[in-house]
Every structure is written in structure tokens, then in C-alpha cells.
Design a protein around this ligand. Sequence first.
Ligand code: DUC
Ligand code: ZN
Ligand code: ZN
Ligand code: ZN
Length: 471
Amino acid sequence: PHDVAALIPIIAGAGGIVTTWEGAPAERGGRIVAVAERIEGAAREIDASGLLVMPGGIDSHVHLAQPTFGGPKMSDDFLTGTRAAIAGGTTTVLPFAMQPRGAGLRAVVQEYHQEADGKAYCDYGFHLIITNPSPSVLGQELPALVGDGYTSFKVFMTYDDMVLNDRELLEVFECARGCRALVMVHAEGYDAIKFMTERLERAGKTAPYYHGVSRPEIVEREAAHRAISHAELTDVPIMIVHVSGREAMEQIRWAQNRGMKVYGETCPQYIALTADDMKGLNMDESGGKYVCSPPPRDHASQEAIWQGLTAGVFQTFSSDHCPFMDGVDGKRSPKAKTSFKWVPNGIPGVETRMAVLWGLGVAQGRIGMNEFVALTSTNHAKMYGLYPKKGSIAPGFDADIVLWDPARKETIRQALMHGACDYTPYEGLAVTGWPVMTILKGKPVCEEGRILGAPGDGAFLKRGISPYASK
Ligand code: DUC
Ligand code: ZN
Ligand code: ZN
Ligand code: ZN
């Protein structure tokens, strides 16, 4: 009775997954219609012997083609960034559409659509970065955009060009409560960072390593607590993103234990890197390759992050992919050599996210494979209004699948990467477990590092209201 196109036998059995055929009408194509022990008469079979069949990764925190004011350009656009995503087993990304100060939001969203149109190798949606919460943005633009499928916002508590003061944070939170959008919070305190930065510069401490010293965990903890307080005052759920260590995590756990809907996200850099990486070779500029915000911490912090991952403090594990070249047009610009404060903040990671979590987590017995799927796919779909379309393998869901080899040993290295950045911060990291095939809406788009998909395979996702955004 089904339009059978792809049959994926699991571990050499006769069972598999039936998806609607490739040429089906758009609203019917690429979906799972059956998961069964026996399937006959498939038009195509994919041998998945010895492999795990998992939902395609969803990376709910990536930056693509986002302008950086007065700084170097991000190295990935929608084409190269989503190409890297599918090579790493990820089939959906949620980048940001950023409102420059003073600009209207609707026009900005249209610009990002133009950037992405016809270029993406995987599906995508947009979060809205709000830098200018004017009455018309809060009163008209945001409610309308939420209705159009942009159902999450991000606000910043630091950066000259993006920081919101407490009053503005409260206004955005209240707006989000009204339109049931989920607010992501970048929790680092602006004034404390500025104070620390100037003190370090006066002492001649300008190497990339001091980026970490300028924004210690105290600064992240203070901002996390302030955001939580504002959320309590306005009675709205929030998601604190890119949590780097124990201090901010304990604030989130404290709020969760009080029954608040405060969620947490963490990232590969906080389990795989430490502040020492920013020392480079003898405190030289090569440390800039690891500069991101919040910065990587220490080994004790990594342990705390694992506790947060296993205890359910964190719902999502995202890359915070924010790539800049390691060359003179990026991390080593002439300006960046004068002070860490000019080193662009962010590192690539969309392609390595799943392999890092499997390698350091599942393969080393720290988390189970069900937790892995929740942290890399299912929870992202649920949190950001993509469930029950994405994030699981069941009838009705999009046939986004990654075939994972849990026994494959690989060493992460730049030569394997598919983005446009010229380095990976995980160079030399040996892992067990690797994606061997990525399937997007029933179509194999990457196999053994070979890209089979094409720009435009990915479509814009109009997202629903997050059930986690309401009380
Ligand atoms: N925040 C992000 O979310 N990404 C990169 C840099 C930053 O500060
Ligand atoms: Zn951020
Ligand atoms: Zn820490
Ligand atoms: Zn980010």
C-alpha cells in the first residue's frame, strides 16, 4: 500500500524503514511511512549491517553568514556550513537571523532567507537575535514572526553591538511570554568583562590566553543568575545556552530544583577543550584557534559538564558553530595580534559535534546511546517546535537518518572536514564512533565523507510553538 523508495535493513536483518518515494508530492515526500521487521519489494536497499540507525542530528545553535561588526567574516555560509553538517551526521540546523541595532526585524529575516535560499544541504530554521527591543519590534514584529515559524529568540548580556540592559531583557522576556517564544540567553556580564579586559590590557596581558581570564566562570554565573531572576519576575521559561562549567550549571540546577522552567545547553568545546589550549605554543597567537565565548575552562569543569549531561540539567548538546579562519583574515588579523579582545569569538564544530559526544561520551561509558540521541537530536526537536516532524524514527517523521558505526576509529583532522574553515579545534582527537551515511528526507546525502546531496536539498522549516516555552 505504500510508495516504497528506501528500505534500510537494520543490522543485516530483513527489517527496515520505508520512506515515501523521492518523487512524491512535496507534502508526502521524504517521510517515514513504516518501521517494520519485514519489508519486501523495496525499490532500494541500504545495507546497514553492523551500524546503528539513529535520527539525523539536529544542531540548534549554529552561526552561518552572520555579519560581525568591524571584525573578520565568518568562514561558513549556508552552503559550506550545511555541507559540513551533513558530513557530520546532522540533518537540521538552526542558525540565527541577527537584527543589527536600529534595523527592523522583518527585513533582516528576508536577508537571511536570501542568503540561504537554494544553498542549504540540510533543513534549517532561524532563531531571531534581538538587539533593538523597540515598542514596534516587541509589539508587532515579534508576534507576527513567531506566527510565521520563527519561534525562538536569542538575547545577549554582553558585546557592545548586542548587549541588552536589564530593563530590555525584561521587556523581551515579557514579550516572549506573550507570544510563547522560547528565549535563549547568552549569559556573560558586560561590565565585568570590560573591567577585566582593561585591567589585563594595562598589565600587557594581551595574548589569546587572557580572553579566558577576562571572562571567568564568576562572570557567567552572575549573568546566569540575573537572567534566571528576570525570568522568574516575568514568569517565562528560558534556555541558557553554551554553559561552560559548574558555576553557571549550578544556577540552572538551582532554578530547576525550585520548579522553574530554566533549560540548559552545553557544547563540545566544554568537554573537549580547556583554557590551556588558548596558550597556543608559548602564549603565541595560535591560541586564538580556541577563543570562543564563554571560553573553555578546566578539567574539573569538564567533569561538572558531564554531571550536568547525565543528571538532565542540560537538554541539548549543540555546536555553537561560529567559524573564523585561523589566517590573517580571521584569528590572526593584525588587529587581533594587539589584543585578545580583537580575536573573533567562536570556533567551528557543526561537523564534529556528534563524533565528539559519541567518542568522549558513549564510547567512554559516560553516557548511553539513548542519551546521545536525546542530546543530539530528539530534545532539540522538542525544545524548538520541530516535534513530531524531526528528532525520531517513526511513521510520520521526516526520514532524516544517520547510520553510525560505533566501532569505527578515527582521528579528527582538518583533512576530513567539509566546511570552509581552515582548521578544526579538535585536530588530533582520537575517537571511536563515526557517521558513515547521512540520509535527508529519504535521500542519502553523504556517504563515507562523500557528498551526494546538492545545495537546495535542504528546506526552510517553519517551526511550531515550543511546548517548553509555556508555563
Ligand atoms: N556567542 C555565541 O553564541 N556564539 C559565538 C560567540 C558568542 O559569543
Ligand atoms: Zn552566545
Ligand atoms: Zn568551568
Ligand atoms: Zn552561538
